[in-house]
Design a protein around this ligand. Structure first.
Ligand SMILES: [Zn+2]
Length: 101
């Protein structure tokens, strides 16, 4: 089942990472349309995608950087991009978060 929680959260850097399943979240390369109960599935999968968008917007409004990856993406590429985003955010956020250390 798709989750609404952040898969990996770097709370101090405010970077939220989601690893989305190709089927559940409608990957453009691997999404499939089940033939049995097609209507029900289409509705369910559309709702997942709408919820993803809403979650992104909510987090962005709260100052988070949202990174989403598909389950088919190479783990080392994903790790590199996450590390780069966290490092960048830590640099950007340091001036105003000095007091929290
Ligand atoms: Zn995929």
């Amino acid at each position: 089942m798709p989750r609404r929680t952040i898969d990996i959260a770097f709370t101090r850097a405010k970077v939220a990472v989601f690893l989305d399943g190709c089927f559940w979240h409608g990957c453009p390369e691997h999404a499939t349309q089940p033939k049995a109960n097609a209507e029900w599935w289409r509705h369910k999968l559309d709702r997942n995608i709408a919820r993803d968008t809403e979650t992104n917007e909510r987090l962005t409004d709260e100052g988070w950087i949202v990174l989403r990856f598909w389950e088919h993406e190479a783990p080392d590429r994903v790790a590199e991009r996450v590390a780069a985003a966290v490092a960048r955010q830590r640099r950007v956020r340091r001036p105003q978060s000095e007091g929290e250390q």
